[in-house]
Design a protein around this ligand. Structure first.
Ligand SMILES: O=C(O)CCC(=O)C(=O)O
Ligand SMILES: [Fe+2]
Length: 272
């Protein structure tokens, strides 16, 4: 029997379970996979799982994404990599005072219909349990934010994400469709740590020195786990008429995490 990703009996049908046997986390193959993910994250701050979704699943999610994208909220925000208002005591040329522009469209969690395949995948407990094992945490929770828990990022011609650090421990993304050109995810692995901001290196990066920059070519169906707190990253400007579609799945090690009203307004143009 063929499976029907457009109308899956289970979100598991979307996943290539032969390559990624995530349903039985006690089995040796799943344990080895989780160990390998954690090792990749320790080395580079990122873990890529290519072809995590089956091609037919990607096609169905792109179709859904194109439909949902019509309702995306597009914002343009000028800010710093540190996502804060800089303290005026920093010298003007300091990386903390380097401003750049982010422009992106976002479909919020509450805009996904109940029976949406992307939503059902996000709400699928075995996926969350596998991700917990892969990052080496005993338990994860979905974000409690009605808009931020699941996002579809829709980026069209000229849109981009400037260099930044995330304020969460990790993000889970699923690549659905690349742009014709641009839209590359780039990062500098572990450029800073909790005890060393490495400002001279960050200043060189902002001045255009791309040594140590890793580019993750966008391959539809890839699940990417990314620890962005200490690995500065960006999405290069999109070129062309095809929008770049990426699903962002928000999990946390604590329950009840919500976004601030300020962040909700900036990202979604409304509050929940
Ligand atoms: O769209 C992406 O690939 C990355 C998104 C990102 O960095 C973020 O949402 O913080
Ligand atoms: Fe980020």
């Amino acid at each position: 029997m063929d499976s029907h990703p457009e109308n899956p009996s289970s979100p598991a049908d979307l996943i290539d379970l032969v390559r990624y046997p995530i349903l039985d986390l006690e089995a040796p193959a799943a344990r080895a996979l989780a160990r390998d993910c954690r090792a990749q994250l320790d080395r580079t701050g990122a873990c890529e799982l290519p072809d995590f979704l089956k091609p037919a699943a990607v096609a169905a999610l792109v179709r859904e994404g194109d439909e949902l994208a019509k309702a995306a909220y597009h914002s343009v925000v000028t800010g710093t990599a540190y996502l804060e208002k800089p303290d005026p005591s920093w010298p003007p040329e300091h990386p903390r005072r380097h401003f750049d522009q982010t422009s992106v469209g976002v479909v919020a969690y509450d805009q996904f219909p109940r029976d949406s395949p992307m939503r059902r995948l996000f709400e699928f407990d075995p996926l969350m349990e596998f991700i917990a094992a892969a990052i080496g945490k005993p338990k994860l929770y979905r974000y409690a934010d009605p808009m931020g828990a699941l996002n579809l990022a829709v980026m069209g011609d000229g849109e981009r994400l400037h260099w930044h650090y995330d304020q969460t421990d990790f993000v889970t993304s699923i690549a659905l469709r690349p742009a014709e050109s641009g839209g590359d995810f780039e990062y500098v692995p572990l450029i800073r740590s909790a005890i060393d901001e490495n400002y001279p290196r960050v200043a060189r990066l902002f001045a255009g020195d791309i040594a140590d920059v890793v580019r993750v070519p966008m391959r539809p169906g890839t699940l990417l786990l990314f620890e962005g707190r200490n690995s500065i990253h960006r999405v290069t400007p999109i070129r062309g008429r095809t929008t770049r579609l990426v699903a962002l799945l928000a999990y946390d090690t604590k329950p009840d995490t919500r976004s601030s009203m300020t962040l909700q307004m900036a990202r979604y143009g409304r509050t929940a």
